[in-house]
Design a protein around this ligand. Structure first.
Ligand code: SAM
Length: 366
């Protein structure tokens, strides 16, 4: 069946309509004419794969990876990188409008190298195969080199000898230290701050852009604040990075490994005005008072209702929302809109060649 692609959806798939039913077409770009085969037919939507590209978009590029569409990692390797950046910027604006009912011009997207940016990978290991799971299955695809991974990781894949079923590999942001399962930590850095990072702890995965991300948070802090909550703080990295701009910081994360590292990082950087609490944000958000700055960096699910209610009750002068999911960000900004005015939103392409996009929103109490 021949169709014309209208636009890209939130997952980087082409959208077309067949008899008024929406159809998602993998690997198809806007304005392309493609011959497709339907792979799923549901009541409200269809999915299809491309059999032949009849008229290719001028934004289409040659795919440079042998594992593309097999390993399930990248989703936009067939789109020129500058167009990917445009798409992510536009998609954030559209989502803010559709889900958040917010008509906002976001800032220009910040981006950097699309290759070798990832400082962490989790490989699966079985039957002499080490690599990623094949898309939608548990079959392992052997990976010798991944275009997204830091080259210190790539260079060491061949040396990995282990029976562990899961292999976590991390490299420091200066690509000097490597962690493979049996080593328990590395020291990495963002700007002039050093971070102790354990195997199990959370750390931003883009070695090129984390400083830009944290600088956006810093720039959103427009004066000296008294008491700051750094919610979903991971290993304390944002709180420590901005600790000179506030009198006191309290970081909260429910992961023990993160909080153990956060306490080490406080010592490593000689920071005296920060403390950390290991608990769920929603369990303790009702315990705080006199907070004038809140920074949140939740997982993709965004903020839960209790946390949002208490942000409204605590009502800090300034709120900075770091997000890796524009749909939940848009929902949360809509719900906070009566109390908080958006000053600016900046997207960052922290996850090049995938459909994911990071952003920093700076808000002010109305
Ligand atoms: C996107 S990461 C952000 C970490 C940190 N801000 C950074 O820049 O590295 C989200 C963090 O939220 C933590 N987390 C997830 N759900 C949580 C909850 N309900 N309460 C507390 N922490 C939570 C995770 O452990 C993870 O460290």
């Amino acid at each position: 069946m021949q169709v014309k692609i209208e636009k890209l959806d939130n997952f980087g798939r082409g959208i077309t309509h067949i008899n008024n039913k929406i159809c998602f077409v993998e690997n198809a770009l806007p304005n392309e004419k493609v011959d497709i085969e339907i792979t799923k037919d549901k009541a409200k939507y269809q999915e299809a794969k491309v059999i032949k590209i009849l008229e290719a978009s001028k934004d289409r590029i040659e795919v440079d990876c042998p594992y593309y569409n097999k390993c399930g990692g990248c989703s936009l390797r067939h789109l020129a990188y500058d167009k990917e950046n445009e798409y992510k910027e536009k998609k954030l604006e559209e989502t803010l409008k559709h889900i958040g009912n917010l008509n906002i011009r976001v800032n220009k997207i910040i981006y950097n190298n699309e290759f070798n940016y990832r400082n962490k990978v989790t490989f699966h290991n079985a039957n002499n195969k080490l690599g990623y799971y094949e898309k939608n299955t548990r079959n392992i695809i052997n990976i010798d080199y991944c275009l997204l991974l830091d080259n210190l990781i790539n260079d060491n894949i061949k040396n990995i000898k282990t029976n562990d079923k899961e292999v976590i590999i991390r490299s420091s942001n200066n690509s000097k230290e490597l962690l493979i399962n049996n080593k328990d930590h590395i020291i990495t850095n963002i700007g002039d701050k050093k971070y102790y990072l354990s195997k199990e702890s959370f750390f931003q995965i883009n070695k090129y852009l984390t400083k830009e991300l944290y600088d956006l948070v810093r720039n959103g802090i427009n004066k000296k604040y008294k008491k700051c909550l750094d919610l979903y703080c991971g290993i304390g990295s944002i709180g420590i990075y901005i600790s000179d701009l506030v009198n006191e910081v309290i970081g909260v994360d429910y992961n023990e490994s993160n909080i153990n590292d956060a306490n080490k990082n406080k010592e490593l950087n000689n920071i005296n005005n920060i403390r950390f609490i290991c608990d769920k944000v929603e369990n303790i958000i009702d315990n705080f008072s006199d907070i004038d700055l809140i920074i949140v960096d939740p997982p993709r699910a965004g903020l839960d209702n209790k946390t949002k209610d208490y942000i409204r009750i605590i009502n800090p002068e300034r709120l900075i929302y770091v997000s890796c999911d524009q749909a939940t960000l848009s929902r949360d900004l809509k719900e906070l809109n009566d109390k908080y005015k958006i000053i600016e939103i900046t997207p960052l392409n922290m996850f090049p060649r995938t459909y994911h996009c990071e952003s920093v929103t700076v808000l002010e109490r109305r």
